[in-house]
Each structure stands twice: as C-alpha cells, then as structure tokens.
Design a protein around this ligand. Structure first.
Ligand code: CO
Length: 434
C-alpha cells in the first residue's frame, strides 16, 4: 500500500467516525470485510479460535484479535492499544434552552478540549440513541445528522475589547451551540426521532429512552502546506492510531497472536464499563485463552504498543519543549518517556520497539516532557499494570492536540503503520531480553 492510498483511506475513516461509536462500527465493518468474525460478549465464544475475531463493548470500545492455530498459553501476544474518543461537547439530556427567539442546546464538556477552537465552526451532531420500538424491543442506533446543524458564535470584539488578552470561557453560559431561530417550543427528542426515521425508515420508534450525542466539526480533513506536508483534521488524537492498528491487523501475511484494543473514555480517565480501567481486555483474554493468566508464560514474553499522539515541537512555542527532545512532523513516530511511568515505556520495551521499527526502515524520535511541566498519560500504563506486560508508548508527532482541528505530518501516520505492520508480521521476534 502506498502512502497516498493510505492517507486517502485515513481521511475517509475520519469522516465516517465522528464519535467513538461510529469509529468502533467503522472498524468492525472493515475487519468483517477481511474475514474477522464479530462476537458478542453475551454469547458463547468458540472453544477453538482460529483466525480473526472482534468484539464491541458498550458501542464505543472495540477489541480485535487474530490467534495462531496452536493458540497455546505459550504463544506470545503482540498487542496494540489506542483510543476511540476525543475531547468534545456532549449534548445534555434535556438540552433545549430558549433565549430571545433562539433555541440553543445545553452541552457538557467531554474531556479537555481547547475550548476557544470550538467557536465559529460549522458543527454536526452525532452519537448513539437508545429507544423502544413499537414492538417493545429495546435497541441502540447510531445517529449522524451529517450536516451543519449548530454553531457557537464568538462575541464580537467590539463587545469585548479584552478578547485578545486571554479569553476566559464560561462553560455553562457561553458554550451553548445555537440550533435555530423559531418562536414555538421545540423538543430535541422530536428532532432525534425525525433523524432516526430518515436514517432507519423501517424502524418504528415508540419512545426515545436516552442518548450520547456530541457536536463535531463537519469540515473534512485536508492536506495543508506548500508541499502538502501537513494533515489537518478533527480527532486525529487518536483516530489516526485506531486506523493504523486496524489497517495493520487486516494484513494477509500475519501469524501468531495479534491484538488491537480501541478503547473509549481515555480522555476522561478510562474508568468506565468500556474504558481501559474496566475489565474488557482481561475478560476477553480469559475467554480466548483460559489458561493464560494461570499457567501461561506468554504474557511475560509479549509486547504491548500503546499508540497515542505525541507533542511535536511548535515553531512558535519552542521553549515549551526540552531542548534535547524536539520531535518534528514528518520524522515519524515518537517514543514517549516519563520517569514517573505516566508513559509505560521502559528500557526493555524501547529495545524491542527499536528493533522492530528499524527493521521497517524507521528511526524513532524521542520525547520527554520538560522537567518543570507535568506530563500527560495514556492507556499504556493501565495495560502494563493490569497484564504485567512490557509496554511502550509511541505516537505520531502532532500539533494543537485537543484543538477541534489538529495537525500532523503527511508522512507520519503511514510511518506508524509501517512499524505496526512489521510488529504484527514479526512473529519470530524474541520478545524477552536475556
Ligand atoms: Co490521546
């Protein structure tokens, strides 16, 4: 696969994945097209597993794996993890808010977005809805208006002369997206119901019971720069990594035990039914290989690559980086280090990763936070802690992390893909260092 066709598919994936639920659905679709079988946690799983499988929990987290024919507890695992969620504005349960002749929607802030970037954008709304049908069946349906539906206008500078001296945003009062201008009362439930009818003509909705709906930027991803050297788009953190993991796992020529976890709720701390602090991965592994945690030496000989975007040096803010650790866009994936294990990278996992990357012809960049600034974290340390597996934190270099529109290098997603593809193919790798 060439970088051009890879990026083309990446853009399509980003467009089809406005929320974690859509991302999981899109990934499951791609896996199934490639022979993976979708399992439900509520059914018996096959006793002998050969080939590819995937499973979705709570609509927003997806686990996919391929097992070798032997599938013994001795077979090491090559695992990758990423997250499906991104910071956003989530619609409140009873959101209708009327001021003058406008109807706006109440929103909560999900995760840690750069809030100023959400103003003056054309926003769509998407997510999932739980409902009761006319036949009294309960179901969940994905919803996506796929159009510019709301906007949050800034206040004109003439009405706030200090706007350029550091803007303080009142999350309760100033973030409400405007939906429409009309005199009569309107119900958001009715709007959802009409959209459901449009998307699912055969669905007879008796009652809407709940929803998780988010605003999202409708502007598609794009190439930017004199030589088109940058990619800009929404939710690059961390859908780029989900896409990389998915594309690497559907390669034809991989063998041994390979696994990909795309987890929801990373941006809010991972403690949830589907988040990485939950038992999704552990309970699935127990079902895939029942002896794994009792007598398997395989986890000790396994490697987990935690993929999440890294901070590239920003030319306008070079002082924010440690001078010796300044990742650049288009120079490929970054290994993230932290002495306090906010990143799970160790001396051992670094060695293993470097061998794999260099076999793929890629020489990793290295990142460590300035010593006088706190460090973020990822799913990496959670996986390392729970499974006792050597883990490394890596990611594509990026700018404007948690902006509604982030930037990465045109080469970087493909370079991460080549590394992970090599990792999944490399089943003879000695994953234990003497
Ligand atoms: Co992230």
């Amino acid at each position: 696969m060439s970088q051009t066709s890879f990026n083309k598919r990446l853009f399509k994936f980003l467009k089809h994945s406005p929320t974690p639920f859509h991302a999981s659905d899109t990934i499951a679709g791609r896996l199934q097209q490639n022979g993976f079988r979708l399992l439900s946690e509520n059914e018996q799983w096959p006793e002998k597993m050969h080939g590819g499988y995937c499973c979705i929990r709570d609509d927003g987290s997806l686990l996919a794996w391929k097992t070798s024919d032997s599938n013994s507890p001795d077979t090491p695992w090559r695992m990758t993890v990423a997250h499906t969620d991104s910071p956003a504005l989530q619609i409140k349960p009873l959101p209708e808010t009327r001021t003058a002749a406008y109807t706006s929607l109440g929103v909560e802030v999900y995760g840690g977005p750069l809030l100023s970037t959400w103003f003056d954008r054309d926003l769509g709304i998407a997510g999932r809805v739980s409902l009761l049908t006319e036949k009294d069946t309960l179901c969940i349906r994905l919803l996506d208006f796929k159009r510019n539906l709301v906007t949050i206008p800034s206040l004109a500078i003439h009405l706030n002369r200090k706007a350029n001296d550091g803007l303080k945003i009142d999350k309760q009062k100033q973030l409400l997206p405007i939906l429409c201008q009309m005199d009569k009362e309107l119900s958001f439930h009715d709007i959802i119901r009409r959209q459901l009818q449009k998307q699912y003509p055969d669905l007879a909705v008796k009652k809407i019971l709940g929803f998780d709906l988010f605003c999202y930027d409708t502007q598609p991803p794009a190439f930017v720069g004199l030589n088109k050297e940058f990619i800009t788009g929404s939710r690059l953190d961390n859908l780029v990594s989900c896409f990389v993991g998915m594309e690497a796992l559907v390669q034809k020529n991989i063998s041994g035990n390979c696994l990909l976890l795309c987890s929801n709720h990373e941006e809010i701390g991972s403690a949830s039914v589907a988040g990485a602090h939950g038992n999704f991965l552990r309970s699935a592994l127990q079902r895939i290989q029942p002896k794994l945690f009792r007598e398997g030496p395989s986890l000790g000989a396994s490697l987990l690559i935690s993929m999440d975007n890294a901070h590239a040096l920003h030319p306008n803010h070079a002082e924010k980086h440690d001078p010796g650790h300044t990742p650049l866009l288009n120079h490929g994936p970054v290994i993230k280090h932290n002495a306090n294990q906010r990143y799970a990278t160790t001396c051992r996992s670094t060695a293993l990763y470097k061998i794999i990357a260099e076999e793929a012809g890629i020489f990793p960049q290295e990142f460590v936070m300035r010593s006088d600034m706190p460090c973020g974290s990822t799913i990496g340390p959670i996986g390392a802690t729970d499974l006792g597996i050597q883990t490394i934190d890596v990611g594509v270099p990026s700018l404007a992390m948690h902006s509604i529109r982030e930037t990465t290098g045109t080469k970087d997603p493909f370079l991460l893909f080549k590394t992970i593809a090599r990792f999944y193919r490399r089943n003879s790798l000695p994953l234990v260092i003497q």
